[in-house]
Design a protein around this ligand. Structure first.
Ligand code: PEP
Ligand code: MN
Length: 331
């Protein structure tokens, strides 16, 4: 159950309720927001007169649920808006920050196409300790340089909670990756910040679990959360993962959070990314995350799936035409 409680409630009453119902709580300028386990269906009489909103929920999809907010939440990143109806934000760039030269080349491409959100990881959660782990803080500084120089918004991932504060400070959107999405240190730090967060679904994560992880951030008081489907593991081995478009439809219709699709990590091979990206746009989701590299064959991570600039240019032109036909603003 979610309840909004007026700020004039006596402190002791509020504290007693929180303790008695094990309520998670945060404060907004105009109200207290208290969330009890979904099994709780009733409040105590004593606080009744201070309640301004009450939503009884069926599962622990609470703050993210449409019962609480029927409209999509709008997540603002500078002058870019995620979650607006019929609007899709392109987030593009390499898997990893590798060098200043590579960042400059990427910047040139984004400027040419007029896209505003630059993606690249500085802390990479690799599946082998012997693979490139990312440039770390140096990578964040390079991203910052691109932002200062060209006005991009930066989305970059946090791998663990030891550097979460740095990523939160440097990023415009904090990406929590598929392998880190259960890390409570990260989730709780993101909950205490107001920076927009893109939470990726783990490849073995149910939709319920994904949304519950988002609830950790939301119930910490950060209302700027987006969900990203990036492929789940199925019996199929010919593609790296399987992009769960059914799951994306579920999230779109059953949560109030903007839904983003990442065709690059799902497919794992550049040849399939353009077709998938078009399917994603046709689903009218709030954003796309696509990997593009100046020279994919020498990329230090995810080489096989990154589009070349040539391929991305072509895809972007096709997506633009499609978006016009679909009356979707591709930002
Ligand atoms: C990435 O975006 O480069 C990445 C590591 O993605 P995921 O967490 O989905 O594997
Ligand atoms: Mn990648």
């Amino acid at each position: 159950m979610i309840i909004h409680v007026a700020k004039n409630i006596p402190e002791s009453l509020l504290k007693d309720f929180i303790t008695h119902h094990q309520a998670v709580h945060y404060e907004k300028p105009e109200t207290y927001v208290l969330i009890t386990p979904s099994a709780t269906k009733e409040t105590d009489r004593s606080i009744d007169k201070y309640i301004t909103k009450q939503v009884i929920t069926d599962t622990d999809i609470q703050l993210a649920g449409t019962k609480y907010l029927a409209e999509k939440r709008i997540v603002k990143v500078g002058n870019i808006t995620f979650g607006a109806p019929d609007s899709c934000v392109m987030m593009a760039g390499p898997c990893s920050v590798e060098s200043e030269k590579q960042m400059e080349q990427t910047a040139e491409l984004l400027l040419e196409l007029g896209t505003k959100v630059l993606r690249a990881g500085a802390y990479k959660p690799r599946t082998s300790p012997y693979s490139f782990q990312g440039l770390g803080l140096e990578g964040l500084k390079l991203l910052d340089k691109m932002r200062q120089k060209y006005g991009f918004y930066i989305i970059t991932e946090v791998r663990d909670s030891t550097h979460a504060d740095d990523v939160i400070a440097y990023a415009d959107i904090v990406q929590i990756g598929a392998k880190s999405m259960y890390d409570h240190g990260i989730l709780r730090k993101c909950g205490k910040s107001s920076k927009p967060v893109l939470l990726k679904r783990g490849f073995g994560t149910t939709l319920q679990e994904l949304v519950q992880m988002a609830e950790f951030i939301l119930s910490g008081g950060n209302e700027n959360v987006m969900l990203c489907e990036r492929g789940i593991r199925t019996f199929e081995t010919k593609t790296r993962f399987t992009l769960d478009l059914c799951g994306a439809a579920y999230l779109k219709y059953n949560t109030n959070l903007p839904v983003i699709l990442d065709p690059s990590h799902a497919m794992g091979y550049a040849y399939g990314v353009p077709d998938l990206a078009k399917a994603c746009l046709a689903m009218n989701v709030s954003g796309l995350l696509i990997e593009v590299h100046p020279d994919p064959k020498v990329a230090l991570s995810d080489a096989s799936q990154q589009l070349s600039h040539e391929q991305f240019r072509k895809l972007y032109g096709e997506l633009k035409s499609m978006s016009e036909a679909l009356h979707i603003a591709l930002v």
